[in-house]
Every structure is written in C-alpha cells, then in structure tokens.
Design a protein around this ligand. Structure first.
Ligand code: SF4
Length: 262
C-alpha cells in the first residue's frame, strides 16, 4: 500500500465526509489527480469539523498535493531509470544501437504493453512501436477503444539487436532488472507481453509455467507483485499479424478481452 493510502487510514484524516468522497477514488488502483472532486459549498456547509482533525477542504487539498507528489515521484524515478539505462553496457547490444528505447506513455496507466526489442525505426527514433508493427498496434488499440497516449509501451530489451534478430536469453536477462524497475514505478493492473520473448521472460520470471503462445494468448493469469495482484495477459506480437489475417483476427478478439479486464 502506498504511503498516501496509509495516511488515509490515520486519525488525522478521519473525517467521515472526506472518507465518503475519497474511498471510491482511493480504491482505484491508479487514482489520478483529476479524479479528486471540487467540494460544493453545500458539502462544506454540512460538514462539521471533527475535533482533532483539520477541516474537510484542507484535507482534500492535502490529498491533491500528495497525489501531485506521487506523480512527480513516478516521473523522477523514471528519469533515474532512463539515466541508468543510458549508462548501461551490460549485454553489449548498446554497441550497435543508435538509441536506447525506454518506453513511453502514461505513468499512471493500468496496463503496460511489453514487446520484444527495438527494431530499426525504434532505434532511429528512440521510441517504441513506431514501425509497421507499431502502426498495427495503434490500429488494434484504436479498434478496441484504447487511447495509446493513456497506456505505457516498452520492450524487454532496450537496445536493438543487430539485424533485428531475436534477443538472446542472456541479453534479456541482463536487461530484465530495468523492466522490473519500470513495472514497479508504473504499478499497472495488467501486464501485456507481446510475442515469444516477452511472454517467455514474464512466465519464467514469475513461475507461470509453460509459455506456449498458442495456448496462453488472450488468457489472464494472476500474479502477486510487490504493489498488489496483477494480471499477465499475453498477446501475439503485432508483427506476426501484419501478413496473417487469421492472427490479426485473434489479436483483435484478445484486445477486446483485455479492454473488458481494465
Ligand atoms: S539491452 Fe539492456 S542490458 Fe543490454 S546494453 Fe542495452 S540497456 Fe544494457
């Protein structure tokens, strides 16, 4: 439980009116600052200040500030992570890479999509999923009513493998602590590995059994993470569906299942 939620349990924030207003917001996995309501004059007028606590309006303002701090905290932890990735030479893939691709998106997203590795377009731009597979992913997201700007997308390795080959197991292992740090910062409700490398990595890392994509795609698996219960929801990699109509239909159906989970 995050320290803001813990603070909420204390006597200082024991105002029953505030509890009623904030409980549904704080019970969301990723409450956002804009979820906090303005207090109407009526609510304020009806609220009697509880002895030993601060007033309702002050408490709500404090919560706004705490959540602003929480957002800044995520941003600063992500900036630290990017700095560490930039200085990393652990697996040697960086030697042939132009850019390290950390990922991008909403730090408060309920879902993190994890691909395999940057390709040529991603290496050139430093952004994930901007090539043809990225365009297909954008279409799939849009078709399912998901705004790409409101999710987070990354890869299991940060540097492009030469010739777009699949990253080796040793390279995925060397890069894995960056993914784990990223996931802890964002603390998503759903992790969506796309393609064999990402699925294999998550299944091995969290002891989820055999990772045969044909069997596991589109099926959520519960995993306990340091920030709470998470669903791992494997998908085919969009690149595999570019010239395969059948796989595209499978991906479209799985994406709809994913939306229902969010
Ligand atoms: S792929 Fe990851 S582990 Fe390898 S050099 Fe790049 S950042 Fe470091």
């Amino acid at each position: 439980m995050y320290w803001v939620e813990m603070l909420f349990q204390t006597e200082f924030f024991s105002n029953p009116v505030l509890n009623k207003i904030l409980k549904p917001i704080l019970s969301q996995r990723t409450p956002r600052i804009h979820h906090f309501p303005e207090l109407s004059d009526d609510v304020i007028a009806h609220n009697k200040k509880v002895p030993g606590t601060v007033g309702l309006k002050t408490q709500l303002e404090l919560f706004r500030i705490f959540y602003l701090v929480k957002g800044l905290d995520k941003a600063s932890r992500f900036a630290e992570l990017v700095k560490d990735v930039d200085n990393c030479h652990d697996c040697g893939l960086c030697e042939g890479a132009k850019n390290r691709v950390n990922g991008e998106g909403d730090m408060d997203s309920r879902v993190v999509f994890l691909g395999e590795a940057p390709g040529r377009r991603e290496d050139d731009s430093g952004r994930p999923f901007v090539g043809s597979a990225g365009k297909l992913l954008d279409n799939l997201l849009a078709g399912a009513g998901i705004n790409r700007a409101r999710i987070f997308i990354s890869n299991v390795v940060r540097c492009r493998p030469p010739g777009n080959r699949r990253p080796k197991r040793s390279e995925v292992e060397a890069c894995s602590h960056f993914i784990e740090r990223l996931l802890e910062i964002i603390a998503p409700y759903v992790i969506t590995p796309m393609g064999n490398s990402a699925i294999k990595f998550l299944f091995e890392r969290y002891g989820l059994g055999e990772a045969v994509i044909g069997d596991v795609h589109g099926k959520p698996i519960k995993v306990e993470m340091p920030w709470g219960r998470v669903l791992v929801f494997p998908l085919y990699h969009p690149a595999a569906a570019i010239y395969n109509r059948k796989l595209l239909e499978v991906l479209e159906a799985d994406m709809k299942t994913l939306v229902a989970l969010l």
